[in-house]
Design a protein around this ligand. Structure first.
Ligand code: 3PG
Length: 306
């Protein structure tokens, strides 16, 4: 059996070494495709793979068709919006993610971005502190819970809205649940996005919702660029000179945002929330183990296309 790691954004070497150990201990072979520049390289690499470990790499119908022997795809990470689930399901391919494995790394970056924002992008001007501010956690999953844990240490007041998570989970963590997304945005000085990109959430962070935020509001996005309505964001930042937007996912209109709002907007050049050795090791090795457990024992605990 051949397990392929196909990562445009490579894992730390220690993670690749760990994955290799797990794969070889099961008697399988490991192949590596990193930093590929053409889709054809991915199509060629998957041709004889039985299993593939990916990150934000796009596995669409064309990739599925090219992967004649493929039995399982594991997205080493949380969001699997980059995988065509229907094409995979139709081809009888199991798709999994590795929930929680990279969430601390993403949560830590939230605070890196926030401190950068409240200290005026380190330009030397007097800024503000996070302590005492109201932080709204938009979706209370694995990353949201880690954000809450860290924010408590900083001394922030915590609120969350999640359409699916039980209110008791938030209350047990000392987080005040909001009854609606509007209430979260009205209440909080800072909102941190942790929603997945789905048909329901895409472009949902729009002008109306952002308009609810109090003066001096900040939105931090370590989730997905698709959830933000980009033209509304431009309109909103033109109207609200007090508002800042910091993101770990380069918007489609980055050049325009940069040109118009340089003093209130920042994006990392390439998504780096989960780009730590620890997150790579946790998510990469979990992915390898899930592949082995599935191929040898049929364990489908983390399957997302059941
Ligand atoms: C995730 O969904 O797990 C994060 O967005 C991390 O994505 P990455 O593996 O591409 O860094």
């Amino acid at each position: 059996m051949k397990v392929l790691i196909a990562t445009d954004k490579p894992f730390a070497k220690t993670a690749v070494d760990g994955i290799k150990k797990v794969v070889e201990a099961a008697g399988f072979e490991l192949a590596l495709l990193e930093k590929y520049t053409e889709k054809q390289q991915l199509l060629d690499a998957v041709a004889d793979a039985d299993a593939v470990i990916i990150r934000s790499d796009v596995v669409d119908a064309e990739v599925i068709t090219a992967a004649k022997k493929l039995k399982i795809v594991v997205r080493a990470g949380a969001g699997y919006d980059n995988v065509d689930l229907k094409a995979a399901t139709d081809a009888g391919i199991c798709v999994m993610n590795t929930p929680g494995q990279n969430s601390n790394a993403v949560a830590e970056l939230v605070f890196g971005l926030l401190i950068y924002a409240v200290r005026n992008f380190f330009n030397g001007a007097s800024g503000t502190e996070l302590k005492g501010k109201k932080l709204g956690i938009h979706a209370y999953g694995n990353v949201g819970r880690n954000v809450a844990r860290i924010a408590k240490g900083i001394g922030m007041e915590l609120y969350a809205y999640d359409a699916y998570a039980p209110v008791s989970v938030m209350e047990n963590d000392g987080v005040k649940p909001c009854r609606s997304v509007e209430e979260l945005y009205e209440t909080c000085d800072i909102v941190s996005l942790h929603i997945p990109a789905t048909a329901e959430t895409k472009q949902s962070i729009n002008f109306d919702l952002l308009s609810k935020m109090p003066k001096g509001g900040i939105l931090v996005n370590t989730a997905r660029k698709e959830v933000v309505h980009e033209t509304d964001m431009v309109k909103f930042m033109e109207a609200r000179l007090d508002f800042k937007y910091v993101t770990d996912i380069l918007p489609g209109n980055h050049a325009e945002m940069q040109e118009k709002f340089a003093a209130r907007y920042f994006s990392t050049p390439k998504k780096m929330g989960a780009q730590t050795a620890e997150a790579n090791i946790n998510a990469g090795i979990a992915a390898a183990q899930q592949i082995v457990d599935y191929l040898l024992n049929g364990d489908n605990k983390f399957q997302v296309n059941k």
